[in-house]
Design a protein around this ligand. Structure first.
Ligand code: SF4
Ligand code: SF4
Length: 221
């Protein structure tokens, strides 16, 4: 899933300071799972905004809505009838949802209410960690199912680097060395010979550094 965290209230307030009518829009997918932009977070943020505006002596209309997904035309259409009523839509979806919403309703100001962080997993409630950077050319088959792009701080393809110490990364001693994890898992799988396989230089044009990407599947169009 895409992991995001809510922006500080002060930053959100600064963004909506001139608005008289605000729609706080959540999303039922990833941001609900990572507890940053689902129905519950929409309600909490809307209350905090109401309180803040009340303390400022300002009358601001704040409504709430949570769509099934903000990265899907079908669900964004649900806003068509009401969106013109608002000066600002404060979207708690990930950056993808915020952009898709803004593209669809060009005349409405759409602001992000969360910071989108990475694609990752829920390790335990309140702890999310990165697993994939969407590099466009997955090499997990060779690396024992552990991604060096997202789990090695230097994104090395034939690691570890000389800084790996006792299984920890030299960039941050609290982080496991991604390559140590790969080696450990290869050992457990009895596939340590795979460590000898040289992974070729990556074609980064397939990654987001190569510009915005597109996936088209004729079979499902
Ligand atoms: S190798 Fe690329 S696609 Fe595969 S998990 Fe890592 S970043 Fe994601
Ligand atoms: S110590 Fe390990 S995870 Fe850190 S940069 Fe070096 S190889 Fe990558």
């Amino acid at each position: 899933m895409i992991v995001a965290k809510q922006k500080p209230l002060e930053e959100i307030l600064e963004g909506v300071k001139n608005a008289g009518k605000i729609l706080v829009a959540g999303c039922n997918e990833c941001v609900t799972v990572c507890e940053s932009g689902g129905k519950k977070e929409v309600a909490v943020l809307a209350s905090a905004l109401r309180m803040a505006f009340m303390n400022q002596g300002r009358e601001v209309k704040i409504d709430e809505v949570t769509l099934e997904r903000q990265c899907d035309h079908e669900y964004l259409e649900e806003l068509r009838k009401l969106i013109d009523q608002y000066d600002v839509v404060l979207s708690l979806a990930c950056g993808v949802g915020v952009q898709f919403l803004a593209e669809k309703y060009m005349k409405t100001t759409v602001l992000p209410g969360v910071d989108t962080c990475f694609m990752g997993v829920t390790e335990q409630r309140g702890v999310w960690t990165e697993r994939c950077q969407g590099c466009g050319q997955c090499i997990l088959a060779t690396t024992a199912g552990i991604c060096p792009v997202s789990r090695c701080a230097k994104r090395l393809f034939n690691g570890p680097c000389g800084g790996s110490t006792r299984g920890k990364c030299e960039i941050d001693k609290d982080l496991d060395c991604g390559w140590q994890l790969i080696i450990n898992r290869l050992k457990e799988l009895g596939r340590l010979d795979d460590y000898e396989i040289l992974i070729p230089i990556k074609d980064w044009s397939k990654e987001r550094a190569g510009g915005p990407r597109k996936v088209v599947r004729e079979d499902v169009r």
